[in-house]
Design a protein around this ligand. Structure first.
Ligand SMILES: *Cc1c(COP(=O)(O)O)cnc(C)c1O
Length: 356
């Protein structure tokens, strides 16, 4: 249990009048959570303070060697005005998996969840009211030693910031075109693919820009060894419905274990679908498309929940999916998960956690 001190702002910001123009991650709430770590002492000084800049020495480790991890989660406002989180324990556990790989100190799961709840409670009025809009929560941890030696830092800062964000799909779930990346890789066995670390994103930006220039909205990554098997897209996991079965890459170290992915797999199994977590060759995906058996493809992640895919381009070959519109299963998954998250459907799984 953390002892969190709260210093409220004396200059609260104006809240946005038009929630349809929020966008994603552009505006931040009045407060932030901070906690510092010192080797030998552990985590200390848990506090909620007015949102504002950090002052740091230019030789701070994180600027040079990228010892940094983060999480992404949301707070949802229900029709009754209650505020709730979705499976925050999963984010806490994954945060510690990332921390372990990056040589960073863990945070007890209950402390992580307590900190998220405390901050969301203080900034509760910032949780949007309009349909599909939510409060995006970004916990992160950085190494704060000062010096250029390469070793695990002895000082860290854990912070949480919140950003009211608009409905991901302002105009319905529009299927996207995806570029299958055949030059760059995102992850390889033994590396940090399963971590939510800034470094993974830094290494993926160039491929994303290339895909965007070519008119695609995301990159689909293949495995880093043979460039043969599908892994994930940009910041989402990806699933393929082929001939009635659902395929997705296994989480064996190179794929980010998404909370959305995991929840969707549970729902699919409940509904009687066969879900295969394993190797799926991109060549077989293209073959299934040619044979008319590639029924649905969709990305999964906290921001979008599901993102339907209408086209995959790989080495000059094009796979068109379904009739270019969102598939029935993709839509059902979207409706079910968002229904639970916004409290429109009963939460029979115990996935939601109230912020009281
Ligand atoms: C965060 C993330 C996902 C999705 O995870 P969720 O917990 O479902 O939001 C997938 N892939 C990558 C690379 C990510 O960073």
């Amino acid at each position: 249990m953390l002892n969190i001190t709260v210093q409220k702002t004396t200059a609260p910001k104006q809240k946005p009048a038009d929630e349809t123009k929020l966008g994603f991650g552009k505006l931040f709430t009045d407060h932030m959570f901070l906690m510092d770590y010192t080797a030998g002492e552990g985590w200390h000084d848990a506090r909620i303070v007015p949102y504002g800049p950090f002052q740091m020495d230019p030789a701070t480790t994180v600027f040079h060697y990228a010892q940094e991890i983060f999480e992404g989660m949301k707070a949802y406002r229900t029709a009754e005005g209650k505020v709730q989180l979705f499976r925050p324990d999963c984010n806490a556990a994954r945060f510690n998996d990332s921390a372990d790989r990056m040589g960073m100190p863990p945070i007890p799961e209950e402390d992580f969840v307590q900190a998220v709840k405390a901050l969301v409670d203080v900034d509760r009025d910032w949780v949007p009211h309009s349909d599909g809009a939510s409060l995006y929560i970004r916990p992160f941890c950085i190494a704060t030693d000062v010096g250029l030696g390469v070793h695990a830092a002895r000082h860290y800062r854990f912070a949480i910031i919140c950003s009211p964000s608009g409905a991901y799909y302002a105009e319905g779930l529009d299927p996207v075109r995806i570029y299958v990346e055949d030059e760059y890789i995102r992850a390889a066995p033994g590396l940090t693919g399963f971590c939510k670390c800034g470094g993974n994103y830094a290494a993926s930006i160039k491929a994303g820009e290339k895909a965007e220039e070519l008119g695609f909205s995301q990159v689909l990554w293949l495995d880093g060894v043979e460039k043969k098997y599908v892994e994930e897209v940009g910041s989402m996991n990806i699933m393929f419905k082929i001939d009635g079965k659902v395929y997705t890459a296994a989480c064996t170290g190179t794929v980010l274990p998404g909370v959305t992915r995991r929840s969707i797999i549970e729902l699919l199994k409940d509904w009687g679908y066969e879900v295969i977590e394993g190797k799926l060759a991109i060549a077989d995906v293209m073959k299934a498309a040619d044979a008319g058996k590639l029924e649905e493809v969709f990305g999964t992640g906290t921001a979008a929940v599901v993102s339907p895919v209408k086209e995959l381009d790989w080495e000059g070959k094009v796979a068109l999916i379904g009739d270019g519109k969102i598939g029935a299963l993709t839509q059902k998954l979207y409706d079910t998960l968002t229904g639970i998250q916004w409290g429109r459907l009963p939460d029979t799984k115990g996935w939601t956690v109230p912020v009281e």
